[in-house]
Structures are given as structure tokens and as C-alpha cells.
Design a protein around this ligand. Structure first.
Ligand SMILES: Cc1ncc(COP(=O)(O)O)c(C=O)c1O
Length: 319
């Protein structure tokens, strides 16, 4: 990768606009993802039609976004600004039935996060299937699989398996989580070609820069990195949940790289106050009151020393 940096950092090299031709490795990504796709997609689907326009592109492609419901993630604040309504995140994570029932003839797109943030909960194969069956064919389902690489539950669905049957499905994945490239802003989507085509028409030119693409390619050929990243997360979750149990703090079992824990009434301190005190101790967690979870805080799984520093601070705060 280092040999590529001077070249891609020079003025001459605009990023590869279609991203897919930057290198054999990136085509490798398409192919590796396509291992799951092959045989499941209709024969007219071109694997080059992986899309890289991001959610904004999709939203632009779908005019008049208002009256959609059910976004669960702050990251989708733009959808809310456009008039989308935020549903109860816990209700959503418990059942997709309420989401399907909330679809009206004005709904254009439904966002489903699997696993979900900030609960870390996940939908099973049956839940996803039942949901997709209920969604009208003219409504796009965006299945956000940002935490896909962390999950190894047998009943966790791979969205790609549903693409052939549901042409209204769009799957998004990211290099921000298990691949550790959050600051480079790179991810990908997988859809039928007609949706990819719409997004390609509205996306900004060169929307993924060359450095990000080169880094994505480098991590893709580095299975050990992703495995180590997953193990770090598994170990961290185990440590945090053990400590929450010891401290008497209920938590929502998570398959993501974060976990939401509760400050119960018996602790005589609010989650907001615990958050403030953690900040004073140099630990940043995420209050989730805006997800109608006022008694919870969400902590990201860090490296061992960070997890320990967090628990130490929490210990002190809770006395
Ligand atoms: C469900 C979900 N999707 C997407 C993202 C962000 O992904 P990206 O960094 O690729 O924008 C997050 C980040 O917190 C997330 O929780």
C-alpha cells in the first residue's frame, strides 16, 4: 500500500469515480461479497453494480421522503430533517411487525438496522423474511449491516441472501467498524442494478477518495486484522458484561461493538449524572435519552486498557 500513497496523494490522481476499478483487490471485494451473491441473484445482475453513494445518495434518489417512519439511528438525522419520524427504537428492535404496519401508501423507504444501534439487538432470519414479505414492492428497504462482521449467531441473516427475492432491498455495509477505518468515510452498498443506477446519477463525483479506497482494499486483504478486531470486541463485551453484573447494572445483550447499560433507580444517581461524572473522569460514553432510553448509557467497546479505565471510573461513581 505504501507504494501507492505518493501516487494517490498527488494532484494528478482523482479517485476512481466508479471505485470498482481502482485495483484488483477492490474487484476482489466485489468478488468476495459476490460469493454470497452468486446463484442468488437473477442472471441479469452485474456484480459491478455494487454502489458507493451512501445513504444520502439513496435519499436523493427517492424524491419526497416525508412520511416514512422508523429510522432508529442518529446518523439518519437528515431523514428526520426531511420529515421522517423516529419510531421507538426498543419497540422496533423487538419486532419488525410494528414497522411493517406503520407503512402507508406514502412511505418510500424504510431503514432497518441489523444489528441495531444503540441497542445492539439483532433480527433473526425469520423476522427479516416476514418483514420483507410484508413491505410493498415499491417501498425501498435499506438494511444497514454496519456491524455485520461482529455477529456470529447462527440465526443472524445475511441480507445478501434476500436480494434476489426482494429487488426493493438495498444493503449497506461500512469499513468504519470491524475494519477500523471510520475517519476515512468509506463503505459500500449492494442492490439491484436499477437502484445502483439511480444512486450513481445523483451521487457527488469522486465521493469516495483514493486514500480511503486504498485503505479499504488493504484491510480487505487482511483477514487477520478483522479477526483480531472481532476478538477484541468479543473479549471486551465479555469483560464489560461481567463487570455490569458485578455492579448490579442491567444491560441489553449486544452483538455490536458497543453496549447499552442501565442505571437503575436503586443506584440513586441518574444516567445523565453518571455521564457527567464519567466525562469529568475522562471517559466519554453516549447518553441515549433521545432514543427514549433516559436511564441507559451506551459505551463503545474499546481496547482492554480503555474498558478497564471506564469500569474503574464507573466503580468510583457508583460508590
Ligand atoms: C447502524 C449504523 N449504521 C451506520 C453507521 C455509520 O457508518 P459510517 O461510518 O459508514 O457512516 C453507524 C455508526 O455508528 C451505525 O451505528
Amino acid at each position: 500500500m505504501s507504494s501507492k500513497i505518493p501516487k494517490i496523494g498527488s494532484n494528478g490522481g482523482y479517485p476512481d469515480s466508479r471505485s470498482a476499478s481502482i485495483s484488483p483487490e477492490l474487484l476482489g471485494l466485489v468478488k468476495r461479497t459476490a460469493i454470497h451473491l452468486k446463484g442468488r441473484l437473477p442472471s441479469n445482475v452485474d456484480l459491478d453494480d455494487l454502489i458507493q453513494s451512501g445513504l444520502e445518495g439513496l435519499i436523493q434518489a427517492i424524491d419526497s421522503f416525508d412520511e416514512s417512519r422508523n429510522t432508529s439511528l442518529e446518523q439518519y438525522s437528515k431523514t428526520r430533517i426531511r420529515g421522517a419520524m423516529l419510531d421507538d427504537v426498543r419497540r422496533m428492535s423487538q419486532t419488525t411487525r410494528t414497522m411493517a404496519d406503520a407503512i402507508t401508501d406514502k412511505t418510500r423507504i424504510v431503514f432497518v438496522t441489523n444489528p441495531n444501534n444503540p441497542t445492539g439487538t439483532w433480527l433473526t432470519k425469520t423476522e427479516i423474511s416476514e418483514f420483507l414479505q410484508k413491505v410493498p414492492a415499491n417501498v425501498i428497504v435499506l438494511l444497514d449491516e454496519a456491524y455485520f462482521e461482529y455477529v456470529d449467531e447462527a440465526d443472524y441473516p445475511n441480507g445478501i441472501d434476500y436480494l434476489a427475492q426482494y429487488p426493493n432491498l438495498v444493503i449497506t455495509r461500512t469499513f468504519s467498524k470491524a475494519y477500523g477505518l471510520a475517519s476515512l468515510r468509506v463503505g459500500y452498498g449492494i442492490s439491484q442494478p436499477d437502484i445502483a443506477d439511480l444512486m450513481n446519477r445523483v451521487r457527488p463525483p469522486f465521493n469516495v477518495n483514493s486514500m480511503a479506497l486504498a485503505a479499504a482494499v488493504a484491510t480487505l486483504s487482511d483477514d487477520d486484522y478483522v479477526a483480531a478486531s472481532k476478538k477484541l470486541n468479543d473479549d471486551g463485551l465479555k469483560y464489560l458484561t461481567t463487570e455490569f453484573d458485578r455492579l448490579g447494572l442491567p444491560y441489553i445483550p449486544s452483538v455490536g461493538n458497543f453496549i447499552s447499560f442501565e442505571i437503575p433507580a436503586g443506584k440513586n444517581i441518574s444516567a445523565a449524572d453518571v455521564n457527567q461524572k464519567l466525562l469529568q473522569a475522562g471517559v466519554i460514553v453516549r447518553p441515549v435519552a433521545n432514543y427514549e432510553m433516559p436511564n441507559h448509557l451506551r459505551v463503545s467497546v474499546g481496547i482492554e486498557a480503555e474498558n478497564k479505565a471506564f469500569i474503574e471510573a464507573l466503580n468510583k461513581i457508583l460508590g
